[in-house]
Design a protein around this ligand. Structure first.
Ligand code: AHR
Length: 498
């Protein structure tokens, strides 16, 4: 029996909806085919955005969407993607797959997508190969209301009203694809570029995201903060962190998305749990500079990264998603909740057809991945208060070096007083008896849903509902306790009125 202690009287922080954000890059079939098919496509669309994908994403209450990259962001010149489509520049997407980018999806199209989704916007600017003027004019084009060269150009291109940019990233991975910079050099550039990311309407502040470290590169965090941290409000709102779960840890042979054994199952989960350690490490450094937590952490790229599906363009990063990905999603979202005092945004990579996508498409067909279903259960945490909770665990696994806790959890309370518990069972062989104990509150009602199946189970275009959310009625409530058996290899959401 594993006890889960919940204290509804102790609130530990606000869970920003943005912890369940997503990321859409001009990479492979994410934007083109995945989201945007163009107005003349036989696939049902509104202003070029495919309706099936938009409807599925709306169900997730997608809180924020990052665009246009990734590595693509530091090669993107936004003026190529405005104006009449027939005159937009064609270019080669040198970073991803060497295919022609016709720029038919640009700034106007992104904001149209955000409008249809009802999501906040996170624009990533170009520091690596772009100028300060280019960045400053993009911000003016998107957000300035009144008479100005860029606002006039926007009006000429059919959009008189400014859009709202909620977040603006000053470069991406500038330690790597975004310019191979040293932290001191990037930090100086950040100071300069961010000056011109102006908030023109003070009622709609643009939150600035400074390019942070890769995984456990603590030196980057230290050096960037040492140069940038103390320059008043609005200088830096968030510092990014990127960490991908690569099962083998070897980039040249990352492992298959669907073919893996017990060892690789636990090794993958061990690697994904490393996220917690990394957040702790970077948080400790941020606490030193920013003890009042004015700067948030934005984990704006995370998820599994496997070898591409056989026969697909290696530059498209197209992979399947199994129950292993469901566990990775559930574990990480629990970790983010637990760190909600510092982590203010997280964007899984990526939205459609790329890496740990929530949706896959093939022609006019669309499937929801196991990851999608986990997000659909965790959406009930959005905008809640994190509650004090703790679960007893034991170490499990098949190799000493890759032992993991059998269970993870996080608990929150929503505005109506309902408590939401999310749990993951990392074991591929054992169900566990769990007893939930509520401090000083009796359980009035309970309902639950679950995503569970064999470890390699996944949805295909022929069989789209192998993995899905199902209701779970195995929970008994009595007094201040809940008891149930949590099936192996599962992710669960329990809603309690207490
Ligand atoms: O998500 C794929 C790529 O991973 C992004 O373009 C880049 O930022 C990261 O290295």
């Amino acid at each position: 029996m594993f006890k889960l202690y919940i204290n509804p009287n102790v609130k530990k922080g606000h869970i920003n909806p943005e912890l369940q954000g997503n990321f859409s890059e001009h990479l492979g079939r994410c934007i083109y085919e995945g989201v945007y098919v163009g107005e003349n496509s036989p696939i049902k669309n509104v202003n070029g955005m495919r309706c099936d994908v938009v409807d599925a994403l709306k169900e997730l209450n997608l809180p924020v969407l990052r665009w246009p990259g990734g590595c693509f962001a530091d090669e993107y010149h936004w003026k190529d993607g405005i104006g009449p489509k027939e005159t937009r520049k064609k270019m080669i997407n040198t970073h991803w797959g060497g295919v022609v980018e016709d720029n038919s999806f640009g700034t106007h199209e992104f904001f149209e997508l955000a409008r249809q989704l009802g999501t906040k916007t996170y624009i990533n600017g170009n520091v690596g190969s772009g100028t300060v003027q280019e960045m400053s004019e993009w911000v003016e084009y998107m957000t300035f209301e009144g008479v100005s060269p860029m606002a006039d150009l926007r009006t000429k291109n059919g959009h008189k009203d400014p859009w709202r940019v909620d977040y603006f990233g000053v470069g991406n991975e500038n330690w790597g694809c975004g310019g191979n910079m040293r932290p001191e050099y990037y930090a100086d550039l950040y100071r300069r570029y961010q000056t011109y990311v102006r908030t023109y309407d003070s009622s709609k502040p643009i939150k600035k995201v400074c390019g942070g470290p890769n995984a456990d590169d603590y030196e980057w965090t230290k050096k960037v903060l040492a140069t940038c941290f103390d320059h008043g409000n609005g200088f830096m709102d968030l510092l990014s962190l990127h960490y991908y779960t690569v099962p083998t840890g070897v980039w040249e042979k990352k492992g298959s998305a669907t073919e893996f054994d017990d060892k690789l199952w636990y090794q993958t989960l061990k690697k994904t749990l490393y996220m917690d350690e990394i957040i702790n490490g970077h948080t400790a450094i941020m606490d030193e500079y920013d003890p009042n937590k004015k700067i948030g952490m934005s984990i704006d790229e995370w998820g599994t990264w496997y070898d591409v599906e056989p026969g697909t363009n290696p530059g498209f990063l197209y992979q399947q998603s199994t129950m292993r990905d469901a566990l990775v999603a559930g574990i990480n979202l629990n970790i983010f909740n637990k760190h909600c005092d510092r982590v203010k945004m997280a964007n899984i990579a990526q939205l459609v057809n790329v890496l740990q996508a929530v949706i896959l498409t093939e022609g006019d067909k669309m499937i929801k991945t196991p990851t999608y279903h986990v997000f659909n259960m965790y959406k009930y945490h959005q905008d809640n208060e994190l509650l004090d909770s703790y679960i007893e665990t034991k170490e499990i696994g098949v190799e000493d070096r890759n032992m993991v806790p059998n269970l993870t959890e996080s608990v929150s309370v929503d505005k109506n007083g309902k408590i939401h518990i999310t749990l993951t069972n990392l074991s591929i062989s054992e169900d566990y008896d769990i007893e939930g104990v509520f401090a000083e509150s009796n359980v009035k009602s309970v309902k639950a849903q679950i995503v569970t199946n064999d470890m390699k189970a996944h949805n295909t275009f022929d069989n789209p509902d192998v993995v899905k959310v199902e209701s779970f009625d195995g929970i008994k409530a009595s007094g201040n306790k809940l008891s149930f058996k949590m099936p192996k290899c599962s992710v669960m959401h329990i809603e309690v009125e207490a």
